[in-house]
Design a protein around this ligand. Structure first.
Ligand code: G3P
Length: 222
């Protein structure tokens, strides 16, 4: 089996801000090296450069706008996050919803700048639609389970297996992640058993008293 992929979204949690962003990335790097499991982090945008400069670990942006160079005040430009050290980006999170046209434009920008793309979705039909656009990954996250501590891989296994099936029919090159409520080794194990290649998670690690110990537990059943 290929190594699973763990993508840790820091959201705007205080624990993952500024110096905390670097400390959590260091914990991820240590656990990735100990376990051989691929771990990447998505800190807040102003922390991308800091994390990428101080820790040798793949860094993702939490957002990317489908714009180019020019008159786009307040937008997130692909070239800028790439030069800050990001290797990929989330697109369309439940907490940062985009229209279909915006998702397509963000994906185009990610491809233009050689950034890996993770389109987040909320159910099987939107996962299928996202897969049709051809990102590297789709990440299925039922919004009602986000931040709940109730793992999608156990509470709603059908949405994960249904997404995996739908994506395989539409575009088998797209890999499926799942997320929402994932924090334990058994949650990650269940996610992989349902056919996903890994997880997108946040609060269970970023808000843990000891993020390194939480990560070690997360990968303990692989
Ligand atoms: O992007 C990850 C996410 O929305 C899941 O959050 O806190 O349930 O792991 P959480």
């Amino acid at each position: 089996m290929n190594s699973p992929f763990i993508l840790l979204n820091y959201k705007t949690y205080a624990q993952g801000t500024g110096k905390g962003a670097v400390e959590i990335a260091k914990a991820c790097k240590a656990v990735s090296e100990e376990s051989g499991i691929k771990i990447a982090v998505a800190p807040q945008l102003p922390d991308i450069y800091r994390v990428a400069s101080e820790v040798e670990l793949p860094v993702f942006s939490q957002h990317l706008d489908g714009i180019g160079a020019g008159s786009f005040t307040g937008h997130v430009f692909g070239k800028c996050i790439k030069e800050a050290g990001a290797v990929g980006t989330l697109i369309n999170h439940s907490e940062r919803r985009l229209t279909l046209a915006e998702i397509e434009a963000s994906l185009k920008a990610a491809k233009e700048f050689g950034l890996r793309s993770v389109i987040c979705t909320n159910n099987v039909p939107t996962t299928a639609a996202a897969a049709a656009l051809g990102p590297d990954y789709v990440a299925i996250e039922p919004p009602e389970l986000i931040g709940s501590g109730i793992p999608v891989s156990k509470a709603d296994p059908e949405v994960v297996s249904g997404s995996v099936e739908a994506v395989a029919k539409i575009n088998p090159d797209v890999k499926v992640l799942c997320g929402a409520g994932i924090s334990k080794g058994e949650d990650l194990r269940a996610a992989l058993d349902l056919g996903s290649v890994g997880v997108l998670l946040a609060s269970g690690i970023v808000k843990a008293r000891d993020p390194k110990a939480a990560l070690e537990e997360l990968v303990s059943l692989i």
